[in-house]
Ligand binder design. Structure first.
Ligand SMILES: [Cu+2]
Length: 679
């Protein structure tokens, strides 16, 4: 068995399934009480003394019906490019064991410490209160950001060069007059590293503490591929390469709050095929690759804002939904592009049901002006072959599809769209060389339903292409001539970007059922395999080095009715390829195989299971031991405990012990459900 971490966890040691521990309740109550009884000016002084910023004057609470955010002028602000985190020595130096004497949060020892330290890059990201201006028409907004900025600093890394990020919690200890809880645990989605660095949801730590996460930046398969890859790219199976990662707070029950407040950012790892430059070096695919110049993050979220307050602020509403679409921290920005190819690393940070059906719209507008975006990577993994998406010859490549109500075929919902669910990443290349300087293109959500509030009536600004509604636009691209000093275009996108590793032969078949059970919402609404998250008892034990086939089943009867809800399911630690998708049609008792859309055939770590659907996938569990998670990435769902943990153990003997632990917990749970006393 790996070293147990339960004793290290704060506020959860007394937690048992189906209850919130008294200690947790007390801690939460103490935070809420402080806000309630302390006069705002006193708290403000305290916050300033802590080096923080004046807290919001009043809680900005949702109303029903929701009040629209204030109006804004579209395309007023340039798209921000997150600044790069600075590599600097850490003091005190990182250690294998938690340095609790110097206020590091307790944790299990770093695995593979001798192999991957000293780290090539060390940096510190401090979670703290700050303000951010989401639009030039707005005042500042109170946020929580890493190093006080939103999005957090960009972390640029290279395979074969390990990184330690010291996450320091300097959030206001009383939470300020806002909706966050000042405890954090940071997950790097979807890194291949030790459980102790994985931001396990229950391993959160308080303000005043810090924690080092060791990211080896290696390809999965360290033990099977122990020899360094060519080009100084480290050990592991280079076919497991991933590029675009996302770091964010993962505190159980409060992930939504922390992420809405701003605790997230991007993390990129380069290797010789994707080296972070555009020169014709050995092995390089020569994709657009200059960070911030031709390789641009597109971090999407939606927010709702209150009217300007007495403090000159437009505070965020504490609500999951939003009516302003935010790209890299700005509402409806513009981005000047030269007439050449660019790479965009698109990430949806949700937070909940937001589902972007991204269309690129040219001067012909809608429906005829849907332009091509070429997808090169899904959830950080290169596709074997790039997939162009548009409404013409490539219309069938969209993943914005719906199942036919009775037949195992797909219906295109949004032609030419790349659908991005919460936590999904799609790297796309747009060739602006096709357009004359002066051309404007628009990135829109082409899906039905959602519209943002730009101004009353959503009146289009002058010059919009026909058929476009300004309420559907995320950002605008302004094409200009490439100046002589600007890097010249890269070669055509290679027809082959990588080779997928072969699917493993499963040793174990396992099913995860996603359901809800409001009648027994004690403490939470959702279930996976009939359980809510219990940090102390896993739901499944995996032997290191084995292969498993998992069925993600969203077709299980619910306690409150037969209709399933959609869930973007995320599995930590390992990537998968979708083998098959299944659907249960009306009147059927056996699920029917339905096609896997082209954009879901690559390697991924998030799989959206639509109502009444299931997904079959295979994974190997390699190199590390310990606790990892599977959960819905709709943050409202994961906070309502649509999350369980599974554990990697070293051998069959450890698995037998682990399985016995699960059986005991299950027996106790069932007894409790029958109303029996459990000692
Ligand atoms: Cu969900």
């Amino acid at each position: 068995m790996p070293k147990k971490q339960a004793s290290n966890r704060q506020g959860v040691g007394e937690k048992t399934e189906g209850t919130v521990s008294r200690r947790t309740v007390l801690k939460t109550g103490a935070v809420a009480g402080a806000v309630a009884v302390v006069a705002p000016n006193i708290v403000t002084r305290t916050a300033q003394a802590q080096g923080s910023v004046p807290q919001p004057l009043n809680p900005c609470l949702p109303t029903v019906p929701a009040t629209p955010s204030p109006s804004h002028t579209p395309f007023l602000d340039e798209l921000p490019i997150p600044m790069v985190a600075i590599d600097h020595p850490l003091s005190p130096q990182p250690t294998e064991q938690a340095n609790t004497n110097a206020d590091e949060a307790d944790r299990a020892d770093h695995q593979r410490w001798a192999q991957f330290t000293p780290a090539h890059i060390t940096s510190e990201l401090e979670a703290r209160a700050s303000t951010h201006r989401f639009h030039s028409n707005f005042g500042e907004t109170y946020i929580w950001g890493f190093n006080g900025v939103y999005p957090g600093p960009m972390i640029l890394n290279r395979y074969g060069q390990s990184t330690i990020i010291r996450f320091r919690n300097s959030l206001p200890p009383n939470g300020d007059n806002t909706f966050g809880v000042p405890q954090i645990t940071i997950h790097l989605h979807n890194g291949h590293h030790g459980s102790e660095s994985d931001g396990f949801a229950a391993d959160f730590f308080d303000s005043g503490k810090w924690k080092d996460n060791l990211y080896p930046n290696v390809y999965a398969g360290i033990e099977a591929f122990p020899n360094p890859n060519p080009g100084g790219n480290g050990v592991g199976d280079a076919r497991e390469k991933m590029g675009t990662f996302w770091y964010h707070d993962h505190r159980q029950e409060k992930t939504l709050n922390s992420n809405v407040l701003g605790l997230n950012g991007m993390y990129i790892v380069y290797d010789r095929t994707d080296p972070g430059h555009e020169h014709p070096s050995a092995g390089s695919l020569q994709l657009p690759g200059l960070y911030g110049v031709t390789d641009i993050p597109i971090i999407l979220t939606e927010k709702r804002f209150c009217a300007l307050d007495a403090q000159g602020r437009n505070e965020m509403v504490n609500a999951a939904g939003g009516d302003k679409w935010v790209v890299n921290g700005k509402i409806q920005p513009r981005f000047t592009v030269r007439n050449r190819k660019y790479r965009f690393r698109i990430l949806s940070t949700g937070p909940t049901t937001a589902q972007w059906d991204l269309n690129l719209i040219g001067p012909a507008g809608l429906p005829n002006g849907i332009e091509t975006m070429t997808v090169i990577a899904t959830d950080a993994n290169f596709l074997e072959h790039p997939i162009p998406v548009d409404a013409g010859v490539n219309a069938g490549n969209t993943n914005a599809i719906e199942r036919h109500p009775t037949l195992p075929q797909m219906i295109i919902e949004t032609p030419g769209a790349v659908r991005v669910n919460v936590a999904e990443r799609y790297d796309v290349i747009i060739d602006f060389g096709k357009y004359a300087p002066g051309t404007q293109l628009f990135l829109i959500d082409g899906g039905a339903g959602r519209t943002q509030n730009v101004n009353p009536g959503n009146v289009n600004p002058p010059g919009m292409p026909p058929g476009l509604n300004i309420g559907k636009v995320l950002m605008r691209f302004d094409v200009v001539n490439r100046e002589t000093w600007f890097p010249q275009d890269t070669p055509p996108i290679p027809e082959t970007l990588c080779t997928y590793p072969a699917d493993c032969e499963p040793d174990v078949f396992f099913t995860w059922n996603f359901t809800r059970d409001p009648a027994n919402a004690n403490p939470r609404f959702f279930r996976i395999n009939d359980r809510v998250f219990n940090p102390d008892v896993p739901q499944h034990c995996v032997i290191k080095g084995t292969c498993e086939e998992w069925f993600i089943n969203n077709n299980t009867p619910n306690a409150d009715g037969p209709t399933n809800w959609a869930h973007p399911v995320h599995i930590h630690f390992e990537e998968f390829q979708t083998l098959k998708r299944w659907a249960l049609f009306a009147g059927q008792t056996v699920q029917t195989e339905v096609p896997v859309p082209a954009l879901m055939t690559g390697r991924k770590d998030v799989t959206k299971v639509e109502p009444g659907e299931g997904t079959t996938l295979r994974m190997q569990f390699r190199d590390y031991l310990g606790d990892y998670l599977i959960h819905c990435h709709n943050m409202a769902h994961e906070d309502a405990f649509m999350m369980v943990h599974w554990v990697i153990v070293p051998d069959a003997a450890a698995k037998a012990i682990c399985d016995a632990e699960i059986a005991k917990a299950n027996a106790e749970y069932e007894a409790k459900m029958r109303g029996e006393e459990v000692s």
